[in-house]
Ligand binder design. Structure first.
Ligand SMILES: Nc1nc2c(ncn2[C@@H]2O[C@H](COP(=O)(O)OP(=O)(O)OP(=O)(O)O)[C@@H](O)[C@H]2O)c(=O)[nH]1
Length: 421
């Protein structure tokens, strides 16, 4: 964060987390009133104040803000039961960076650690998990050819994919024959080992979210571009990701470059405002997504935030169009900052269809990590294996539900343990 900005704000006695929100509201309010319309290829002005994540107490520990931010936008469809409180005109009239804004409270996102523990519980609720079904067959006394066929079918139905299924069956047959596995605990241990090998714990699943600092001390934010087909949970995932980043003490700017659907920008803005994260957007539906992305990165750079996360539309009617759009977004972002991550959001419940999407985006967008959403709603956890094989990039995050903090960093061991509970 820019120390000058911080000093000025602190000197003015302004709670910094609130300034970002108040100023964002003013910007939105102007647009709502039909004031100066946003010219084509430009975006709304966005405050360059530090985020809530930068607030620290005397010991340097981040001071978590508290709940419930009024916003001028509609309740978010992707935030069940969490619609924004009613629009408060007086509040917006008075809001200004230096003014005495009423105490607007921000939500406290759940810490990243421990989130994946929820995976077990969610996988258990998703019907009969893959591991349980495999164990049931493997625990039979003498495994016949029919049993092996059943194992194979179970893996294929769970979307593990033909190649990895063959590998797993071969490995298990060898182990059962050589080691004469009988004891259920032994069978379980071997299955765990083999599943883990498929999910591959050696892959680097870290998210590159650290800003770079030049020798002269200039900070450039990490830029995360989020791509994927509409409906996979992209916008919701970015909302959840901004909370995860705030929970880790990062300052964040969001870029609403999904200009195809105006509500997507509202949705993103509402997510951000709940945790004090500003959104750069255009009020013009169909505005140039590349210019919004560019502006978001420039804003993040000027404000010296840690991370800029950019949403995209990614309609898949035509690969050439998608390639053009994502290519242009990538090029213009590159003028301001290098891309740190291209995250592909895939819906875990879509099976082969999801894999086809992964293939196209993999060719077009240079994906560096996969976010698998709706893992809570499927017994087909095998898609993790298939999609990693298909793209050769790791699953980095998983969506475990519709709640605001139902996004967790992926961990191979916890995932396999979830399958084998
Ligand atoms: N159960 C469950 N639902 C999810 C998860 N992630 C997203 N969703 C839901 O999926 C639906 C679609 O999410 P969006 O974020 O609007 O999808 P999108 O890809 O941004 O769609 P466009 O904005 O149209 O491009 C919403 O109802 C979300 O609440 C998840 O991990 N689990």
């Amino acid at each position: 964060m820019n120390p000058d900005v911080l000093t000025t704000l602190l000197a003015a006695g302004v709670p910094i987390a609130l300034v970002a929100v108040a100023a964002t509201l003013v910007v939105r309010r102007r647009g709502d009133r039909g004031g100066p319309t946003t010219p084509p290829s430009t975006v709304d002005e966005v405050p360059t104040q530090p985020s809530a994540a930068d607030a620290v107490d005397a010991t340097g520990v981040p001071v978590p803000p508290t709940a419930g931010v009024p916003t001028g936008t509609a309740p978010t469809p992707g935030v069940p039961g969490q619609g924004a409180p009613p629009f408060e005109e007086e509040l917006l009239e008075e809001a200004s960076p230096a003014g005495a804004a009423p105490p607007l409270d921000l939500e406290v996102p759940a810490p990243a650690a421990g989130r994946l523990a929820r995976l077990r519980e969610r996988l258990a609720r998703s019907g009969s998990p893959l591991g349980t079904r495999l164990l049931a067959v493997l625990s039979r006394d003498h495994l016949t050819e029919d049993d092996w066929d059943e194992l194979e079918e179970t893996l294929l139905l769970a979307d593990v994919g033909a190649g990895p299924t063959g590998e797993l069956i071969d490995a298990l047959r060898t182990r059962v024959r050589v080691e004469g596995l009988k004891d259920p605990a032994q069978v379980r241990a071997v299955l765990r080992e083999q599943l883990l090998a498929l999910v591959d714990p050696s892959l680097d699943r870290s998210l590159r979210t650290a800003p770079s600092v030049s020798d002269e001390g200039a900070r450039t934010p990490a830029v995360l571009l989020v791509v994927g087909v509409n409906g996979t949970g992209k916008t919701t995932t970015i909302g959840k990701l901004s909370r995860l980043l705030v929970a880790e003490g990062r300052s964040v700017v969001l870029g609403a470059a999904d200009t195809f659907r105006a509500a997507a920008a509202d949705q993103l803005e509402t997510w951000g405002s709940r945790v004090g994260v500003p959104t750069v957007r255009s009020d013009r539906e169909g505005a140039d997504p590349a210019s919004v992305a560019f502006e978001a990165v420039r804003t993040g750079k000027q404000a010296e935030v840690d991370v800029v996360v950019v949403d995209t539309a990614g309609r898949l009617q035509n690969k050439a169009g998608l390639m053009d759009e994502l290519g242009k977004i990538t090029r213009v972002i590159g003028k301001e900052a290098p891309l740190s991550e291209v995250l592909l959001v895939l819906d875990a419940t879509t099976g082969q269809n999801g894999l086809n999407q992964a293939r196209v985006f993999g060719e077009v967008a240079g994906v560096t990590g996969i976010v698998l959403t709706k893992l809570d709603g499927t017994a087909k956890g095998g898609i993790v294996v298939a999609v990693q094989r298909e793209l050769g990039v790791p699953v980095k995050l998983v969506g475990l539900g519709e709640g605001p903090d139902d996004l967790a960093p992926f961990d191979a061991e916890s995932f396999v343990d979830g399958l084998l509970q």
